[in-house]
Design a protein around this ligand. Structure first.
Ligand code: AMP
Ligand code: MG
Ligand code: MG
Length: 333
């Protein structure tokens, strides 16, 4: 069935369109970096930044989705009333990427009015700006302060488009604009899509090792409760990386067992797409108390009760029980 006809299920058309749109957003993010003018603005605090790449990528994603799916509710990170104008690029609806998903039977009749799309046009802005500052500060591609290759921070950047209905994350796109950066001349970027009970594409999922426990968490938004929660689950290794999208990528690639973030800093646009992709792959994501994260259009944007995700669904409740009560009590809805 052609995706260009209205006869194709809405979810299939939405996933294929979002893959193409996320690819374009990734191109915008790379172009802003190449231009060398990030246009940084502080949002809630000095560690909460917005750049020209966040703004331009969001405009492209929301403008393109709204044009094709006018009745869908779209909530983007960067503005309360999202910009719905065109971004100078047009989604080619006659040439959408092929996405080998099967629409779950209960979603075959899904209507636009029932869908909420959560958009994080650039997840990992801290790392994006740090990579930029590192790159242009004469350290020959290596950050002296962090002891890291500047470009490695760009691996933390993702574009996230999450699809929800009935308050549940049902589908998601994670695009990595800098994937393959170590391969000069190779094509940059890849896009992973997932539909809960409907398939997953763009990477081969791997299970994490059995002999040790690896936890991933924030590298730039730590706090004492974040650290107390990590210590309590007794990991053999802790990977402190940027971005909710990137951390879920580590779970999908079998490089970490759990994403533990006992802080109110993450928002619904950070978690909706990663949750759907993770759950399509057999993992699970909840808040730090083990409760469902709701994605209705009118919920508070902040995930005030934190995030707990595991690559293997069966490992979730064990880890959830290890989170100390004072950490759970500290995070109020
Ligand atoms: P991180 O794991 O620190 O990269 O955070 C994942 C996502 O949550 C990013 O989009 C961050 O911007 C957001 N986030 C987490 N903690 C905070 C915070 N304290 N203030 C603002 N944004 C945050
Ligand atoms: Mg984000
Ligand atoms: Mg963002």
């Amino acid at each position: 069935m052609s995706l260009t006809t209205q006869a194709a299920p809405l979810l299939n058309r939405l996933i294929a369109s979002s893959v193409a749109i996320a690819n374009q957003a990734g191109k915008i993010i790379r172009d802003v970096m190449k231009k060398g003018e990030l246009g940084i603005v502080e949002k809630e605090h000095a560690n909460d930044l917005q750049t020209e790449a966040d703004r331009a990528a969001q405009q492209c994603i929301i403008g393109s989705l709204a044009k094709q799916f006018p009745k869908i509710k779209i909530i983007g990170e960067e503005e309360d009333e999202p910009e719905r104008e065109s971004c100078g690029w047009t989604l080619d609806v006659n040439n959408l990427p092929s996405v080998a998903m099967s629409c779950p039977p209960h979603l075959l009749a899904l209507k636009e009015e029932e869908v909420v799309v959560w958009v994080d046009p650039l997840d990992g802005t801290s790392e994006y700006t740090q990579a930029f500052q590192c790159w242009f500060s004469g350290h020959q591609g290596v950050c002296k302060q962090l002891g890291l290759e500047c470009q490695s921070l760009l691996d933390h950047v993702t574009v996230l488009i999450g699809i929800a209905t009935g308050g549940k994350a049902i589908g998601g796109i994670i695009h990595q604009p800098y994937y393959n950066y170590k391969n000069p001349g190779g094509e940059l970027g890849r896009t992973i899509w997932g539909v809960v009970d409907g398939g997953l594409g763009g990477l081969v999922v791997a299970k994490p090792p059995k002999e040790k426990m690896i936890v991933t968490t924030t590298r730039s938004h730590s706090s004492s409760t974040v650290n107390d929660a990590i210590a309590a689950v007794k990991p053999d290794e802790v990977l402190r990386v940027g971005g909710a999208g990137h951390k879920v990528m580590l779970l999908l690639e079998g490089l970490a067992h759990a994403y533990v973030f006992a802080s109110p800093g993450c928002k619904k646009w950070d978690t909706c797409a990663p949750q759907a992709v993770l759950e399509a792959a057999g993992g699970i994501m909840t808040d730090i108390k083990g409760e469902q994260i709701p994605y209705h259009a009118n919920v508070p944007h902040r995930n005030s009760t934190g995030v707990l995700a595991t690559a293997i669904a069966d490992e979730h409740s064990k880890i959830s029980q290890m989170i100390p009560q004072h950490v759970k009590d500290n995070l109020k809805a």
